[in-house]
Every structure is written in structure tokens, then in C-alpha cells.
Design a protein around this ligand. Structure first.
Ligand SMILES: Cc1cc2nc3c(=O)[nH]c(=O)nc-3n(C[C@H](O)[C@H](O)[C@H](O)COP(=O)(O)OP(=O)(O)OC[C@H]3O[C@@H](n4cnc5c(N)ncnc54)[C@H](O)[C@@H]3O)c2cc1C
Length: 449
């Protein structure tokens, strides 16, 4: 497929195009030249009537700094800006949404699977409502396709019933159990013995959504500084001093664990929304007790697409969840193209610099398709040999490892770690896209003061 620019407001750009595009700074506020970096960042801050103390590495104060311009960071920046706060977003890449936010299924989850009262359950249900409304109000492409969670063997029916019970406990009110015959009437290519229909599940154009968040945030005075990495921090005088460098500087020193910051920013509020890097970054905050930093695990999820075929399904089709993920499911994009995945591949820890620079292995090994065929054929028996093609992959920032119980989102403020103004967002895996507006609402209500 020919890449289109994300920067057009075209509603047809798909997630894959966005992943493959050559990322270019899209906003005038991006800082392009290495030599101009510290000045540009300092000027951006100075324009906001903040004070420079000068001398050595420049030091600036700020109101709210959001680290990371993924979907969560952008939603949070927008929400603080709407509440009248002066927000600076610091993003390592050349544009927004190049991390996990452009490497997911783009599914609007209903909120079925998560333990009742967990942050995932509460924020997913609320986030889904907010997201549908936001997309409808702004004309952001989305579709409430509905989803079928399927039992393909009689022995799986009890699991389906547990999922139904949990969904009801979480406030997902429209779930319906359907006999296999009815589900197979709805989806003639489907094989199942029973299915749980979730009418409120859907899909969204995540890039159009993020572009809109950027627009909102900027309209309310947010500055987004691309090519800008937070390399660490130091707790001094009861606040976190962020050490900031131009990304190029870190690239030039790749392999070295420390570089000299070009700028120190002292914000009133810091939201660590660095996705896959959030835990690594927190370890570089001197003065933050490491006992508050959970263990990190990474699980790659690969997708395969169906070659030369129109989608056999019109709903999202999910099997019973597996350890670490929701099972190799069927997702449709807004152009009606089908993809299967993601699977779960536990990978070794990545080093901090590689995670900051997003130098991660996203390749999809074509041989993994041999595991996909039998999984998919459980519910789609007519899948032809040779029809799966490698698609893309994303990496889940997980807080629990292989065989462990799935962990919740972790949102830590001063009440937990004792550092005024610092909010860490850890383990923001799925349903982070769906929950993004609710996470933002929650943070502002809890931490805006
Ligand atoms: C395979 C897969 C499928 C998924 N499917 C779904 C789904 O269907 N529905 C759903 O709701 N959720 C889904 N998710 C989850 C969802 O994609 C994430 O929860 C969400 O994108 C996380 O957004 P984020 O802003 O926290 O992180 P990211 O998008 O990773 O953004 C973090 C940003 O921080 C920047 N950064 C990192 N380090 C630094 C630093 N030191 N200084 C400055 N910037 C830095 C990065 O460059 C990046 O832009 C899926 C996830 C995966 C992996």
C-alpha cells in the first residue's frame, strides 16, 4: 500500500500506513536543528512566561510537563490544557504516536475482561463512552461493529459464561449470549458452539484521534516539543528536576548510559507517560525509591493479514483469552481489511536508551504463521493454506510475566511515592487506547490540585 501522510486530515489513513510512513515533524513547534535545541526549548518555555535561571545547563520552570506524545500523553495534555493549565509535552520521536499507539488493534474495547473495580475495568468502560462521544462529535472515523467472543468447543462454554458474568459486573450492560447456530448465521464463515455478543465493541482510526487530540491541546496553548528526550531526573527541593536532551544527542551517544542534559526543567506536575520506557525512565529519577518501580516485562504481539481476499467477517471475532493476551483475534480496519493477531511472544528486557529511542525489534517472522493457522482455524476453518502474510507488530509494556495473573494499570502519585507533582503511568497496555480519555479525566481530577 502506498504510504499516505498522516498529516493530511484524510480519514482513510490506516494504522499500517502510519507505522510505515516517514515521520516528519508535523508542527511548527518541533525543534529541528541540533544547535537550536536548548534555545528552542527554553524559548518555548519562556514564551509561556516562565523563568530562566541561566548559568551552566539552563534551568527552566514549567507548570505541567507530559513525557510522551502517545495517545495517553496527548489525552492527558489536552485535559490539563482544557482545565487552563500550561502544558509542555516532551516527545523523543519526530512526531506523535510512533510508539505503541500506532502498533495496536485499534479496537474500542467494551470493558469486559478486567477484574471488577480495577483501573482497567473502570477506565475502559468510562473511556469507551468518552471515546465514542469524542469521535462522533469530531467526525473521527470509527465504527461500532460489535464483537463475538466465541467458544469453539463445549469445554470452553463455562469460560464464556465467566466472561459474561465479569462483563456484567463491570457495567457492560448490553452483552448477550448466543447459540452457535445464531452466531454462525450472523457470520457464515464462523465456526463456534456458543458466542458472547458485545454490541458496544468497535474500531477507531487511532491516528485521526491522536491528530485531533494534538489540535485540541495546541488550541488550548500546549507546546509539543518533538526530538526531545527526558534522560533522567533528580529530586531536589521537594520537586523533580527533569534532565532533558535533544534526541540526536542521545543517538550520538548510543551505548553510553549517561549523557549530559542540555536543559533542566522544573515542573509543578510531571506526568511520566513514556509507554514502554516509563519504568526505565522512573529508574533514572534519582530520589524516587526503587521499591515503587514494579518489575517490567515485554510481550511482542504480531499480526498477519489475509492476502487478496475481502474480509470473511463483519464483526470482530475473539477466541477465549490466553495467557498474556486476548487470543489471536480477527480485527477489521476502517477500510474493511482484516488482520489476525496479536499473538504473545515474551521478549527479553530492552535497555533504557533503546526504549527511549524506540530502537526495538518490531519485525514479524513469517514462520510465526505456522502457529496462527491452527489457532485461527478453530473458529475460521476455511482459512486457506498460504493466505496469511506478515503484517506488523506491537510491544506490550507489561507488569506481570509469563504465567502470572494479569496486572492492572499502575498510576502513582505523591500519595504513593512521596514526590510532589510526579505521576507515573506504568503498564499502560491494552485497553490503553480505549481508556485514554478516561485516564486523562482521572489524572486531572486526582492530581490537578
Ligand atoms: C499489540 C497491541 C495491541 C493493542 N490493541 C489495543 C486495542 O485494540 N485497544 C486498546 O484500547 N488498546 C490496545 N493496545 C494498548 C494501546 O495501544 C496502548 O495502551 C497505548 O497506545 C499506550 O499509549 P501510551 O501513550 O501510554 O504509550 P506510547 O504510544 O508508547 O507513547 C509513549 C511515547 O513516549 C515517548 N517516549 C519514550 N521515552 C521517552 C523519553 N525518555 N522522553 C520523551 N519521550 C519518550 C515515545 O517516543 C512514545 O511516543 C494494544 C497494545 C499492543 C502492544
Amino acid at each position: 500500500m502506498k504510504p499516505k501522510s498522516i498529516f493530511s486530515t484524510s480519514s482513510t489513513e490506516d494504522n499500517e500506513t502510519a507505522r510505515n510512513r516517514e515521520h516528519k515533524p508535523m508542527l511548527s513547534k518541533a525543534f529541528r536543528k541540533a544547535g537550536e535545541f536548548a534555545t528552542a526549548t527554553a524559548n518555548a518555555i519562556a514564551r509561556r512566561n516562565l523563568v530562566s535561571s541561566g548559568g551552566g545547563v539552563s534551568t527552566e520552570t514549567a507548570d505541567v510537563v507530559v513525557i510522551g506524545a502517545g495517545v495517553v500523553g496527548l489525552a492527558v495534555a489536552r485535559e490539563f490544557a482544557l482545565k487552563g493549565r500550561d502544558v509542555l509535552v516532551v516527545e523523543a520521536a519526530t512526531t506523535f504516536g510512533t510508539g505503541t499507539s500506532s502498533r495496536n488493534s485499534e479496537v474500542i474495547h467494551a470493558g469486559i475482561y478486567y477484574p471488577p473495580q480495577s483501573l482497567k475495568a473502570v477506565l475502559c468502560v468510562r473511556g469507551r463512552e468518552l471515546l465514542y462521544k469524542y469521535c462522533s462529535d469530531r467526525g473521527i472515523p470509527h465504527k461500532q461493529l460489535g464483537k463475538l467472543i466465541v467458544a469453539t468447543r463445549v469445554s470452553e462454554i463455562s469460560k464464556l459464561e465467566q466472561i459474561l458474568k465479569r462483563g456484567i459486573e463491570n457495567g457492560v450492560e448490553d452483552l448477550r449470549m448466543a447459540e452457535g447456530s445464531l452466531a454462525m448465521e450472523m457470520e457464515p464463515e464462523l465456526h463456534c458452539v456458543k458466542a458472547l455478543l458485545s454490541p458496544s465493541s468497535g474500531i477507531v482510526d487511532s491516528h485521526a484521534f491522536m491528530l485531533s487530540l494534538v489540535g485540541d491541546a495546541e488550541n488550548f496553548g500546549t507546546t509539543i516539543s518533538y526530538n526531545t528526550i527526558v534522560i533522567g531526573g533528580q529530586v531536589e527541593d521537594n520537586s523533580l528536576h527533569l534532565q532533558v536532551s535533544e534526541s540526536k544527542d542521545l543517538e550520538n551517544h548510543a551505548g553510553e548510559s549517561t549523557t549530559q542534559p542540555q536543559l533542566v526543567i522544573i515542573p509543578k506536575i510531571v506526568i511520566n507517560s513514556a509507554g514502554l520506557s516509563a519504568l526505565h525512565l522512573a529508574k533514572r529519577f534519582q530520589g524516587l525509591n526503587h521499591r515503587f518501580i514494579p518489575a517490567s516485562y515485554f510481550a511482542r504481539g504480531c499480526y498477519f493479514t489475509l492476502s487478496n481476499t475481502k474480509s470473511p467477517f463483519s464483526h470482530l471475532i475473539y477466541p477465549i483469552p490466553e495467557d498474556g493476551g486476548l487470543g489471536v483475534h480477527v480485527t477489521l480496519d476502517l477500510n474493511g481489511q482484516v488482520k489476525f493477531g496479536p499473538d504473545v511472544e515474551w521478549i527479553d528486557d530492552v535497555d533504557d536508551i533503546s526504549s527511549f529511542l524506540n530502537r526495538l525489534d518490531y519485525s514479524v517472522n513469517a514462520e510465526r504463521s505456522s502457529r496462527f493457522y491452527p489457532e485461527i482455524r478453530k473458529y475460521f476453518p476455511n482459512l486457506r493454506d498460504g493466505s496469511l502474510e506478515p503484517g506488523y507488530s506491537g510491544i506490550r509494556p507489561k507488569l506481570s510475566g509469563r504465567g502470572q495473573l494479569a496486572s492492572d494499570f499502575v498510576i502513582q502519585g505523591e500519595n504513593i511515592h512521596g514526590i510532589p507533582g510526579l505521576v507515573n503511568l506504568f503498564g499502560i497496555e491494552s485497553p490503553g487506547l480505549t481508556s485514554s480519555l478516561a485516564i486523562a479525566e482521572y489524572l486531572v481530577s486526582k492530581f490537578a490540585g
